[in-house]
Design a protein around this ligand. Sequence first.
Ligand code: S3P
Length: 174
Amino acid sequence: MKIMNNIVLIGFMGVGKGAVARELSKLSGRFAIDGDDMIESLFNKKISKIFEDEGEEAFRDAEKNLAKFLEHNVKGAIISTGGGFYRQRNLKKIGTIIYLKSSFAKIMERLQSAPNSAKKLAKRPLLKDLEKAKKLHKERNSAYARKADIIIIAEDKSPKKIAKEILKALKGQK
Ligand code: S3P
């Protein structure tokens, strides 16, 4: 891995990209930034409100602009992304892509057992309909894998353990 390459975390909603990014930041000394947070500040609204007021398409357009911004302006960071960000055409130009993989059942288990579970579920408009979300997970699984430089099984592991595995895998890539 080139030292200034960004580390980009992709994967399904609720898999723990943000928590892993923070552990990676702590372990590596790199700053972590979150794509969804950047889009929320752009609209000055929470994601659920952006979907409600402006529609999903406006959110997806913002993701595209964010991808361009990251490619041209951010180096050496840990970047956690929203679950649909993997579709960006320039994804590979942003950094080394890490797919955090987990079954749908384990993701739901993780979200439902979190202390702030209701909040975690409510902030994700695409998790409102669980049958639809399950289908989306199935559809996206192979797409995430195709985009990934490294696939990490995230199931039943703490964010710290996952972060350590990522750093080890990145070392092996050098
Ligand atoms: C989305 C995932 C969300 C957020 C938006 C759309 C998706 O991010 O970007 O609700 O299409 O999977 P998380 O993966 O952080 O939940």
